[in-house]
Design a protein around this ligand. Structure first.
Ligand code: ADP
Ligand code: ADP
Length: 232
C-alpha cells in the first residue's frame, strides 16, 4: 500500500543542505492506522509530502498502491493523488466559501456533475454529523466542526489513504477525542488506510495499530504500538 525503500530527502537552500530524511524504510499495509511520531524537525512533514507526491525523494523509492512515484506520468500522478485525502492542523478551509462549497472543491476539480456533487456533499455532511451547516461559513464553526468539514472534504474523492497532519493539535482534549473516534470509524467503515502524524503520544496510543518513531530524519523504532510504548 505505502512503501518507502531506502528513502532519503535533502533540501538545498542558499547553499545549505538539510538532510530531512535519512534512509527511511517503512511499510504501511492496507487498513492500518499508522502513527508517525517525533519532535519538530524530525522529518514528519517531509514524509507526508512524499506520500502526497508534493516532493520527490533524493534517493530511494516511494511506492503507493504498487506505483513507484518517480516512474509515474503526470496523469497517473494526478489520479493516484486524488485517492489520497488529507487533513491539517489548521483545517485549511477556504474562508470565503461555504461549508458546502469547501467540501465540493475536490469534486468540482474532477468535473463531477452538479447533481452527484450535491448528493455526495450531503452524504458526507451527514456522515460527519453537520447536515445543518451546509450554508455556514468556516468562521461560524468551532475548531472541532471545522475539522469535521476538513474530513468530509478529504473523503469526497473516496480516498484509499487519509493523511492526518497534526489534525488534532489545535483542538482541546474532548474535541480531540471526538475527532479520533471519527477517524477510527472512517478506518473501520470504509477500510481507508490512515497515516497520522503527531508529536503527541496519547493520540498514537488511542487509535494507532502501528507506530514509527522519528528522530533527526531517521526511524529509530517501529512496530505495534504496545511493543514500542509498552503496556499503558
Ligand atoms: P517535522 O514535520 O517533523 O517538523 P520537517 O519534515 O518539517 O519535520 O523538517 C525536517 C527538516 O527539514 C528540518 O530541519 C526542516 O528545517 C527541514 N526542511 C523542511 N522543509 C524544508 C524546505 N522546504 N526547505 C529547506 N528545509 C526544509
Ligand atoms: P495550494 O496550491 O494553494 O496549496 P491546493 O490546490 O494544494 O492549494 O489545495 C487547495 C485546497 O485543498 C487547500 O485548502 C488545501 O488545503 C486542500 N487540499 C490540498 N490537498 C488536499 C488533499 N489531498 N485532500 C484534501 N484537501 C486538500
Amino acid at each position: 500500500m505505502i512503501k518507502f525503500e531506502h528513502v532519503s530527502k535533502q533540501y538545498e537552500r542558499n547553499g545549505v543542505t538539510t538532510q530531512a530524511l535519512n534512509d527511511i524504510n517503512l511499510t504501511i499495509s492496507k487498513g492500518d492506522i499508522y502513527g508517525i511520531i517525533g519532535y519538530s524537525g524530525a522529518g514528519k512533514s517531509t514524509l507526508v509530502r512524499l506520500i502526497n507526491f508534493l516532493e520527490k525523494p533524493t534517493q530511494g523509492n516511494v511506492i503507493i498502491q504498487n506505483k513507484v512515484l518517480n516512474q509515474l506520468s503526470s496523469t497517473e500522478l494526478r489520479q493516484t493523488r486524488q485517492k489520497i485525502g488529507m487533513i491539517f492542523q489548521h483545517f485549511n478551509l477556504l474562508e470565503s466559501k461555504t461549508v458546502f462549497e469547501n467540501i465540493a472543491i475536490p469534486l468540482i476539480l474532477i468535473k463531477k456533475d452538479k447533481h452527484s456533487i450535491k448528493q455526495k456533499v450531503y452524504e458526507l455532511l451527514e456522515f460527519v454529523g453537520l447536515s445543518d451547516k451546509a450554508n455556514s461559513y468556516p468562521k461560524e464553526l468551532s475548531g472541532g466542526q471545522k475539522q469535521r468539514i476538513g474530513i468530509a472534504r478529504a473523503l469526497a474523492n473516496d480516498p484509499d489513504i487519509l493523511l492526518c497532519d497534526e489534525a488534532t493539535s489545535a483542538l482541546d482534549p474532548q474535541t480531540t477525542q471526538a475527532i479520533l473516534d471519527l477517524i477510527k470509524k472512517i478506518n473501520e467503515k470504509y477500510k481507508i488506510t490512515v497515516v497520522l502524524i503527531t508529536h503527541e503520544m496519547h493520540v498514537i496510543e488511542q487509535i494507532c495499530h502501528k507506530v514509527a518513531v522519528m528522530e533527526k530524519g531517521k526511524i529509530i523504532e517501529q512496530g505495534n504500538v504496545l511493543e514500542v510504548f509498552g503496556q499503558p
